[in-house]
Design a protein around this ligand. Structure first.
Ligand SMILES: Nc1ncnc2c1ncn2[C@@H]1O[C@H](COP(=O)(O)OP(=O)(O)OP(=O)(O)O)[C@@H](O)[C@H]1O
Ligand SMILES: [Mg+2]
Length: 233
């Protein structure tokens, strides 16, 4: 079992009021699954993704990653886990604008202590895979949105993560560029990567083989895109 959550609750305090973003989410995701997390704005998709990627911790409930309770990890261990096991792709790309495409892709490997030579080799290979070999020495702010997102995907793959987590990865792209990006995720899932995509767009979600629907912080449906039938858990 790669990912297992049990009754996850996440509360945010805003002064005296408490917002319950997740209200008891129990979810299991196996290695190699291609999952879309769907739901209306405010339903808790990003909150759940942040907890799955160890960017945030739940208020209550448990999150087991590869069978280990993540509550047992201290901050350093969590940071290491995040860098090694998760590749993140965001709506606004989150690249460092003044660094080249190559340097952006090398960054997670730098944090992981990988040698300069190996970083360069792998970053070049990944950018080539993304069709960006000719752009590798461009600063990321000189690239188009679709190119920036492909650099971000290359960066997400840098440390060979167990899970690729993408939050509205096509949200800032036109529909054609968005579908090119989705084809890349399809390919990554097709060769066995675990891919979790957050989206409110049904066209995007249909790329996945499993759609988990959130509403008001709980899972209201979990099934395949074709039948919509609930997955046996
Ligand atoms: N840092 C925060 N502080 C307080 N409340 C928050 C915080 N982050 C999220 N929330 C609240 O938690 C709820 C879930 O938010 P979340 O960002 O997970 O929703 P979402 O499904 O990703 O929405 P969207 O589709 O708009 O991105 C919302 O009511 C939101 O206002
Ligand atoms: Mg969100």
């Amino acid at each position: 079992m790669l990912i297992q959550t049990e009754a996850l609750v996440k509360d945010y305090s805003l002064g005296k009021t408490v917002v319950r973003a997740l209200a008891g989410v129990s979810l299991t995701i196996e290695g190699g699954e291609y999952v879309a997390l769907m739901g209306p704005s405010g339903s808790g998709k990003s909150t759940l993704m942040h907890i799955l990627g160890c960017l945030d911790t739940p208020t209550s409930g448990r999150y087991l990653f590869k069978g280990e309770d993540t509550a047992r990890f201290n901050d350093t261990e969590l940071a290491r886990l995040r860098n090694k096991e998760f590749g993140f792709v965001f709506q606004n790309f989150n690249l460092l604008p003044r660094l080249t495409a190559l340097a952006n892709v090398e960054l997670p490997m730098l944090y992981a202590g990988i040698s300069r030579r190996e970083r360069l080799r792998r970053a070049t290979e990944l950018l080539e895979l993304m069709g960006l070999k000719e752009r590798r020495h461009h600063r990321s702010n000189e690239l188009s949105g679709g190119e920036m997102q492909r650099v971000a995907i290359a960066r997400a793959l840098a440390n060979k993560p167990a899970v690729i987590l993408a939050d509205e990865p096509t949200g800032n792209l036109d529909s054609r560029t968005g579908s090119e990006i989705m084809n890349l995720f399809d390919q990554l899932a097709g060769i066995g990567n675990t891919v979790i995509i957050v989206t409110h767009d049904p066209t995007i979600a249909r790329h996945a083989r499993r759609i988990v629907q959130l509403k008001d912080g709980i899972i209201v449906n979990d099934g395949s895109p074709e039948t919509g039938k609930r997955k046996e858990n």
